[in-house]
Design a protein around this ligand. Structure first.
Ligand SMILES: Cc1cc2nc3c(=O)[nH]c(=O)nc-3n(C[C@H](O)[C@H](O)[C@H](O)COP(=O)(O)OP(=O)(O)OC[C@H]3O[C@@H](n4cnc5c(N)ncnc54)[C@H](O)[C@@H]3O)c2cc1C
Length: 308
């Protein structure tokens, strides 16, 4: 395990944005993760756990601590159970479980990043979320110098819309998870994956670096009555898509520096060339201000801001 200095974080984020990490390490197993955390603790510097970097915006100043990129990638399929380490790419699991005729992950086809990142934010699409299939999550509690393993059952994970207990427990590192899948028809599952990937390609600006949806969709109860009425046809499963509000605020295509609000999907900010984190932050502020002014709705970031 080699701890490197001054590593460019833009190479580790799907946004392709960000300054340098003062220290950076790739941890390939539980032991290396523990060693890296203890190293940072002894040096009294902060650390940040990074998965696939597909839901983060690193600041232009970077991170003045140790970034620990997880690459613990062991997994095993036992009957209908999948036991996988946090660093396994989610898409690997989508495809491997489909091959075995196991259903449960197909709607998550095309979501970049790792299993750990997906569990942290309860990633989901097309009406399904990773939390639906989680049975147990193994975490490392890193309070103090004595690191402790904990096992959480699904209910303890408190999964909600793009939410979980892990967002609140800053001292927990997700190490591994057990997912409970269902036996299905391999052909049907693979067809569904193809269909989902096609839909994603149609809807999302996948030709530019980005970090997925910038804002969370808005719980309909929190939207003023008149605005609910105005957008009633757009409400999906009790949520008003943030993209609908951004588009209605006529912000599609709005650009600051190298960052632009996608023409294809208003809730995506894309890096159209050497965007700075500062450009993205200015766009985020602009969107929040306009949406608040026009619709009296306070948008909340889905992406994780790091080093600001
Ligand atoms: C083109 C595109 C499309 C997307 N579509 C979707 C979508 O349809 N649905 C959706 O939900 N998301 C979507 N996303 C967002 C993103 O892919 C997901 O949120 C993904 O699950 C993040 O995983 P990651 O490994 O990249 O996490 P990272 O971006 O690396 O990290 C995100 C957060 O999780 C924390 N984290 C990561 N791993 C661990 C761990 N092991 N223990 C503790 N904390 C951890 C990090 O500290 C950070 O705070 C999309 C992104 C892109 C770029």
């Amino acid at each position: 395990m080699e701890i490197k200095k001054n590593v460019n974080l833009k190479n580790y984020s799907t946004f392709k944005i960000g300054g340098k990490a003062k220290y950076f390490v790739i941890a390939k197993n539980e032991d290396e993760i523990k060693k890296a955390i203890l190293w940072a603790k002894k040096k009294k510097i902060p650390f940040f756990i990074l998965g696939g970097g597909s839901n983060v915006l690193f600041s232009d100043e970077g991170f003045r601590g140790l970034v620990i990129k997880l690459r613990n990638t062991r997994y095993e399929i036992r009957n209908t159970k999948l036991i996988a380490e946090a660093g396994v790419p989610l898409q690997k699991l989508v495809l491997e479980t489909a091959k075995k005729g196991l259903s449960g992950l197909e709607n998550l086809a095309g979501i970049p990043g790792t299993l750990g990142g997906a569990i942290w934010g309860n990633a989901g699409a097309f009406g399904r979320e990773i939390g639906d299939v989680v049975e147990e999550v193994k975490v490392l509690d890193v309070r103090g110098l004595k690191l402790e393993i904990k096992k959480l059952k699904k209910d303890d994970c408190k999964f909600g819309y793009r939410d979980s207990i892990f967002k609140k427990r800053k001292n927990w590192v997700i190490l591994e998870a057990t997912l409970k899948l269902k036996k299905g028809e391999k052909k049907e599952i693979e067809e569904r994956i193809k269909e989902i990937l096609k839909l994603r390609k149609e809807k999302q600006p996948l030709e530019f670096p980005c970090a997925g949806s910038v804002f969370k969709n808005v719980l309909i109860e929190t939207v003023p009555r008149k605005i609910q009425e105005k957008f009633k046809e757009k409400i999906k499963n009790g949520f008003l898509p943030a993209g609908v509000l951004i588009e209605a605020a006529e912000l599609k295509g709005y650009q600051i520096g190298g960052a632009k609000i996608s023409e294809k999907h208003a809730n995506f900010i894309v890096n159209i060339g050497n965007a700075k984190a500062n450009d993205v932050m200015q766009l985020i502020e602009k969107i929040k201000k306009e949406v608040k002014k026009k619709f009296r709705v306070q948008l909340e970031e889905e992406i994780k801001l790091v080093g600001f």
